[in-house]
Design a protein around this ligand. Structure first.
Ligand code: GLV
Ligand code: MN
Length: 194
């Protein structure tokens, strides 16, 4: 649901002088045939991180031919037990297809209703724009899902990082009041993401 395109392709000039909403187009004669294709989602992401999951994004920055088309995709890889932590996308709804493994896919509505289901390969899920959601690998082996978005740059607010790993940090008074805990507890969480 990004703005409608005014031309077939507007392959992004990521180094363009202006960037108002998206990117300026490279002159078509300068666009190489290979730029209309992208193989960045062929590789398994490295899941050795505290969450045990990694998102590989095919957004306009990775795949400049998406510029002005209002679409993009991710590949998310999970180690056993891996979690794509609760997050939301400020600029896009998401449709996901489980490719491998068993994923508990969950979201919380704006009325704080939690819904979830364990999905197997071939099964889909959908997340409205801005709604907080996660995927947890509940299978025995690895898992993988491919997700798609109605934005060339959906953005992701990853709640634990947004709240506890921002630069600079949120004031302690905000976090202790928001979560009704002592500064000690806040520090313990922050330390994990330092
Ligand atoms: C999964 O939720 C993703 O954002 O790719
Ligand atoms: Mn998502």
């Amino acid at each position: 649901s990004d703005p409608d395109p005014l031309q077939d392709f507007c392959v992004a000039d990521l180094n363009g002088a202006i960037s108002v909403n998206g990117f300026p187009c490279k002159p078509m004669p300068e666009v190489k045939p290979s730029e209309f294709f992208y193989d960045g989602l062929t590789k398994e992401g490295n899941t050795s991180n505290p969450f045990g999951a990694t998102v590989t994004a095919a957004n306009v920055l990775a795949f400049p031919a998406l510029n002005t088309l209002g679409i993009s995709m991710n590949r998310v890889d999970f180690a056993p037990g891996g979690l794509n932590p609760p997050h939301s996308h400020p600029r896009a709804s998401e449709a996901g297809l489980v490719i491998m493994g068993e994923l508990l896919v969950g979201f919380v509505t704006t009325d704080n209703v939690f819904r979830s289901k364990v999905l197997k390969p071939g099964e889909m899920f959908v997340i409205p724009r801005g709604v907080v959601h996660f995927q947890l690998n509940v299978g025995k082996g690895k898992a993988m899902t491919v997700t798609s978005f109605n934005s060339q740059m959906p953005g992701a607010v990853i709640l634990p990082l947004n709240l506890f790993a921002s630069q600079p940090s949120l004031p302690y008074d905000v976090l202790t009041k928001a979560f009704q805990v002592d500064q000690k507890v806040i520090n313990e969480i922050k330390f994990k993401f330092a």
